[in-house]
Design a binder for this molecule. Structure first.
Ligand code: HEC
Length: 339
C-alpha cells in the first residue's frame, strides 16, 4: 500500500501540459461555416474538449495517470478532427469531415462513452441529435454543391491569415457568405435612408452569350453620407467594407439582382458614387476579382472617360442609366461578360 501511494506521488511530478495551442479564430469552424448559435453550442459542449484548441481540462486531469489518459484522447481527437483549424481544408474535405461527424453521431460513437460518464451535459438528447445531424448533412450538401469550393479545388477556400486587414485577399470577401444564397443581393435593408434602386442583369461567359450560372458575387457600397459606415459588430474585411454589403449566386440563367439605395460619393467628392463588386467564378481555379464599379449616368462627378461609357450603353455599360419605375423605385440594367 505505501508503495502504491509512493508511486502515485511520484507520478504527480509529471503533470500534463494544459496550455492550449494558439488559436486563430478565423480558421475555426464557427468562422468558416457560421452555424446558428444552438448548433455552435451543441458542438462546443459535446465535441470541443477533444476536437478543438478550446479544451477545458477538469480538475482531475491534474491527477496522474488520469491526466495522461485524457491528454492522449485529446491528442488523438485533435489529430483526427480539429474544429479550431477547420478552414485549412478545402470545401470537399470540409464536407467529408461533416459527413464523418454525422456518421459518428448517428452510430453513437461520439462523444466517447468514457467522456459522457464524466460529462453528462455532453449527452445529446434525441431532438438535439436530429437537429445537429440535419445541420451537418445540409452543410455538407452545400459544400459539395460546388458553390464555394469549386472556385479553388486545389487550394484552401480561406486564407489562413487573418481577414481583418484592409488589403486582405479578396477571398476574405467570401468568408462570411451566408448558407442560403440566391441571386438577389439586398445590400441595403428596406429601412435604410436614401433613394431605393434596383439593378438587374445577367452574367455571360467569355463568348458573351452563354449564361454564366453559379457565379459568386459580393458587393458593397457607401451610404448616403458617402462612407462605408459600420453596424459595429463587423469582423474581418467587413470592418472596412461596412454594413452595406451582400452576396449572391447567379441563377441558372446567369441572372442577378441588386436591391439597395443609391450610394453617395465619398465626402471629398472626387470620385463618382459607385458600388463595388467582386466575383468568384466556380470551377475556374482563379482567385476572386473586382469587376468595374457600378456608376450612374446622371452623376456630375463622372470622369470624361466614364461619360463615354454612358454613350456606349448597350445594357452592358458599368455606367447605369436609371429610370423611374413609377412606384418610387429607380431601376437600371447591366449585363456582365466575364473576361
Ligand atoms: C473525450 C474526447 C472526445 C469527445 C468529447 C469527442 N470525440 Fe470524436 N474522437 C475522439 C478520439 C480519441 C478520436 C480518435 C479515435 C477514434 O476514432 O475513436 C475521435 C474521432 C472522431 C472522428 C473521426 C476522425 C477521423 O480520424 O477521421 C470524428 C468524425 C469525431 N471524433 C467526431 C466527434 C464529434 C462530432 C463529437 C461531438 C459530438 C466528438 N467527436 C466528441 C475523442 C472525442
Amino acid at each position: 500500500m505505501p508503495l502504491l501511494l509512493g508511486l502515485l506521488l511520484v507520478l504527480q511530478a509529471f503533470p500534463i501540459d494544459q496550455n492550449l495551442p494558439k488559436d486563430n479564430p478565423f480558421e475555426s469552424l464557427n468562422q468558416t461555416l457560421d452555424p446558428p448559435d444552438d448548433i455552435s453550442n451543441l458542438l462546443q459542449n459535446a465535441c470541443y474538449d477533444c476536437h478543438s484548441y478550446q479544451t477545458q481540462y477538469p480538475w482531475y486531469t491534474r491527477i496522474q495517470p488520469i491526466g495522461w489518459w485524457i491528454q492522449h484522447h485529446v491528442r488523438e481527437g485533435r489529430e483526427g478532427l480539429n474544429f479550431s483549424t477547420f478552414s485549412q481544408w478545402n470545401a470537399v474535405i470540409q464536407a467529408d469531415i461533416l459527413r464523418h461527424c454525422a456518421k459518428m453521431l448517428k452510430n453513437e460513437k461520439m462523444p466517447l462513452q468514457s467522456y459522457l460518464r464524466m460529462h453528462p451535459e455532453a449527452q445529446l438528447d434525441a431532438r438535439q441529435q436530429t437537429r445537429l445531424l440535419e445541420w451537418l448533412n445540409k452543410q455538407a450538401e452545400f459544400l459539395e454543391s460546388g458553390a464555394v469550393n469549386l472556385a479553388a479545388p486545389h487550394q484552401q477556400i480561406l486564407p489562413s491569415d487573418t481577414c481583418d486587414n484592409k488589403n486582405a485577399s479578396l477571398r476574405c470577401c467570401f468568408v462570411q457568405i451566408p448558407e442560403d444564397l440566391n441571386s438577389v443581393l439586398v445590400i441595403a435593408p428596406p429601412d435604410e435612408p436614401g433613394q431605393r434602386i434596383k439593378i438587374t442583369g445577367h452574367f455571360y461567359a467569355r463568348d458573351g452569350k452563354t449564361p454564366y450560372a453559379n457565379v459568386l458575387i459580393y458587393a458593397y457600397q457607401t451610404d448616403t453620407s458617402g462612407r462605408y459606415t459600420q453596424r459595429g459588430d463587423e469582423t474581418g474585411l467587413l470592418r472596412w467594407h461596412g454594413r452595406l454589403h451582400a452576396w449572391a449566386r447567379t441563377d441558372k440563367t446567369g441572372r442577378y439582382e441588386i436591391q439597395t439605395i443609391r450610394p453617395a460619393a465619398y465626402p471629398g467628392r472626387k470620385n463618382a458614387a459607385h458600388i463595388h463588386m467582386v466575383v468568384w467564378e466556380p470551377g475556374s481555379g482563379a482567385e476572386p476579382y473586382y469587376i468595374q464599379d457600378f456608376l450612374f449616368a446622371d452623376d456630375p462627378l463622372l470622369s470624361a472617360k466614364e461619360q463615354q461609357d454612358v454613350r456606349n450603353n448597350t445594357g452592358r455599360s458599368p455606367v447605369l442609366t436609371m429610370k423611374a419605375d413609377g412606384q418610387g423605385l429607380s431601376v437600371g440594367r447591366r449585363d456582365i461578360i466575364l473576361k
